[in-house]
Ligand binder design. Structure first.
Ligand SMILES: Cc1cc2nc3c(=O)[nH]c(=O)nc-3n(C[C@H](O)[C@H](O)[C@H](O)COP(=O)(O)O)c2cc1C
Length: 334
């Protein structure tokens, strides 16, 4: 027997209900949107923004250095803008021992050394900036990119959790060897152990092996240049919207998906598969394209893509150093 609320709801035309719900959904989302726009317009914390820009740029250079075949002279404009941001950081008199600053200087030094080693003449402007940084900034080195072998990379996968967890990196180099579907299902079954809101298990995985579909997807994803084409499998992770009950649960698809994706990345690592998370922060038109390519229904939201493959005998991984617990913690002790 439907309750009185449901009876009334059933009497209201769908179109009216739709606009009523749309109105209350916009109201619920507005505080978050306002917070984001406010931050963009009124947050004048130069330190935060400079550190963000340093990280975005050094990570691109770091990634470039670990590509299967790094392109000589790669990333000229990013290198120049990273150098510029380093100078801005100095002008602001920010602490020289911050991770973002240290790693940026270190990555540029590594970029210079890489090109010296292969005897490649860098663009004169780039050379001048790198020279200036080397002469002017004397700080302890950050972490260098890591050259490893298949055996070494997976040597801790059966060790205690701390060692296992620290041994996973994003891998951006794959062989053509096929990953059997059975192995992928084993990984996905492991990730199914991830916690989810009221055990509603909203996350879905689209396994993409079709060469045509992979290349169509990678063409519209903006972080796979230089390695994406090598991925033997793409896992497109989505989440079912209709598992959420009302608009206040709107972030649960992404939240549950994030937890799930981490489990899946660990499961892939445990099964000796190299993997890299690929962002799906895209405009609506790109989102529509992936939906069309994979026939993803309207009630699923696409969260992320994971590129996967078995790894070559030897490869390089990006160091991607982490801040310490103490750097990101606020204590509320009494
Ligand atoms: C939400 C998210 C989006 C990411 N997008 C990309 C991407 O588009 N391209 C890429 O090469 N790496 C991407 N990554 C991988 C990060 O660069 C990587 O996780 C980070 O640098 C830490 O390094 P690690 O995974 O080796 O520990 C992404 C990671 C996350 C969590």
């Amino acid at each position: 027997m439907p309750d009185i609320k449901t009876k009334i709801r059933n009497l209201i035309p769908r179109k009216v209900l739709y606009f009523y719900y749309l109105q209350s959904a916009s109201k619920a989302c507005r505080p978050d949107l306002k917070r984001r726009v406010y931050d963009k317009i009124y947050n004048n914390s130069e330190a935060d923004k400079v550190k963000r820009d340093l990280t975005l740029a050094y990570h691109i250079v770091e990634k470039g250095l670990t590509m299967p075949v790094p392109r000589p002279g790669f990333g000229k404009s990013v290198v120049l803008s990273l150098a510029e941001t380093i100078f801005i950081y100095q002008k602001l008199n920010l602490p020289p021992d911050e991770l973002e600053f240290k790693q940026s200087v270190s990555v540029l030094k590594e970029y210079k050394e890489f090109h010296e080693k292969i005897n490649f003449q860098l663009d004169p402007e780039v050379q001048r900036k790198l020279q200036l940084i080397e002469e002017k900034i004397k700080i302890p080195e950050g972490l260098k990119q890591i050259r490893t072998s298949r055996e070494e990379y997976f040597s801790d996968i059966n060790k205690p959790y701390d060692l296992f967890s620290k041994s996973r990196y994003s891998v951006r180099n794959y062989t053509t060897e096929e990953i059997p579907l059975k192995v992928l299902y084993d990984c996905i079954d492991l990730a199914q152990k991830s916690p989810s809101f009221c055990n509603r298990q909203p996350t879905r995985v689209h396994i993409v092996k079709s060469t045509e579909k992979k290349s169509q997807i990678l063409e519209i994803q903006n972080g796979n240049r230089g390695f994406g084409h090598l991925a033997e499998t793409l896992l497109v992770i989505s989440s079912v919207i209709s598992t959420t009950k009302d608009i206040h649960e709107r972030n649960e698809n992404h939240l549950n998906g994030g937890i799930y994706i981490m489990s899946l990345l660990n499961a892939l690592h445990f099964n000796r598969i190299g993997a890299c998370a690929l962002n799906w922060s895209v405009s609506d038109d790109k989102d529509l394209k992936i939906r069309k390519i994979l026939s993803i229904p309207g009630n699923e939201v696409v969260l992320m893509i994971i590129s996967c493959g078995y790894v070559p005998d030897n490869f390089t991984i990006a160091a991607s150093p982490r801040k310490r617990a103490i750097d990101i913690t606020t204590n509320h002790l009494d």
